[in-house]
Design a protein around this ligand. Structure first.
Ligand code: SAM
Length: 254
């Protein structure tokens, strides 16, 4: 997969792409990420990329010409052009999975008061927001999208199966995770995780995932495809039962 990030501030983006998982994925040729300086596509002696907005109002707006020129130079057949925009549709794990199936993404990072609307109307195939807040530019959102998409590409993550258990993958938040030591400052790792009983562990994880989701993001439950038994567990949470009480009352299989 190829991802082009078009930005006025390549120096903000490059370092984040050189480290850790993204850096390794690039070095191993699992993803081809290119940072493109928008100014290289601006015309004239001063290579101007922004201008005052028509109709008044403070702040500068990115001009359409350099963005169109950049995309026209970079585009491959079937490339998907994505404008980062707080007014766009919400970027979620599902959208990340959708984008991970593309062969080529061109991410356009806005700046200042935003981008000439003709970019949204005529150049971009999609506009994505990473959340209901306004950042100074599209560089961090472009990195968020690049990171979330790249880690879904085949071979990028080491542990097979890890992605399936993660938050949002099943429609629920992830259950708690522990590593050594078994006891830390008086807090013990739940005994079930040390039991070696895979069926019990799977059930514990599912109950915990339901509990976490019910407490922090109850609106996700509707779309998570719960079984009637799982809805019954949610009812027990509502009646005040904790996962520990539910675990203690479960019949012990031998
Ligand atoms: N005036 C715009 C508005 O009210 O919607 C905000 C412009 S913002 C200061 C400048 C650029 O940052 C945007 O063009 C966009 O590329 C990026 N940006 C800021 N917040 C974002 C968000 N939540 N999601 C995606 N992009 C964002």
């Amino acid at each position: 997969m190829r991802i082009d990030i078009v930005t006025l501030f390549p120096g903000m983006v490059e370092p984040a792409l050189a480290e850790s998982m993204l850096g390794r994925a690039r070095a191993r040729g699992l993803v081809d990420i290119r940072v493109v300086n928008l100014r290289d596509y601006a015309e004239g002696k001063h290579r101007v990329t922004d201008d005052y907005q028509f109709g008044g109002g403070g702040g500068m707006v990115l001009k359409p010409e350099p963005l169109f020129a950049a995309v026209e130079a970079l585009r491959t057949p079937g490339a998907r052009v994505v404008l980062l925009d707080p007014r766009g549709r919400m970027f979620t794990q599902r959208v990340a999975a959708e984008l991970a199936r593309e062969a080529h993404l061109i991410l356009l990072a806005g700046r200042y008061e935003g981008v000439d609307e003709r970019v949204n109307e005529q150049l971009a195939d999609d506009a994505l927001s990473i959340g209901d807040y306004v950042l100074t530019g599209g560089e961090l959102p472009a990195l968020v999208v690049t990171d979330a998409v790249t880690r879904l590409l085949p071979g990028v993550l080491g542990a097979e199966g890890a992605v399936e258990r993660e938050s949002f993958a099943s429609g629920l938040l992830e259950p708690p995770q522990y590593t050594r030591p078994e006891e830390f400052r008086g807090a013990r790792v739940p005994a079930v995780l040390l039991s070696g009983d895979h069926a019990r562990i799977a059930r514990w994880r599912r109950v915990q995932a339901l509990w976490r989701t019910w407490r922090a993001r109850p609106e996700l439950l509707e779309g998570a495809g719960l079984t009637p038994e799982e809805w019954e567990l949610v009812d027990r949470f509502k009646r005040g039962e904790t996962p520990e009480q539910i675990e203690a009352s479960a019949p012990q299989e031998r």
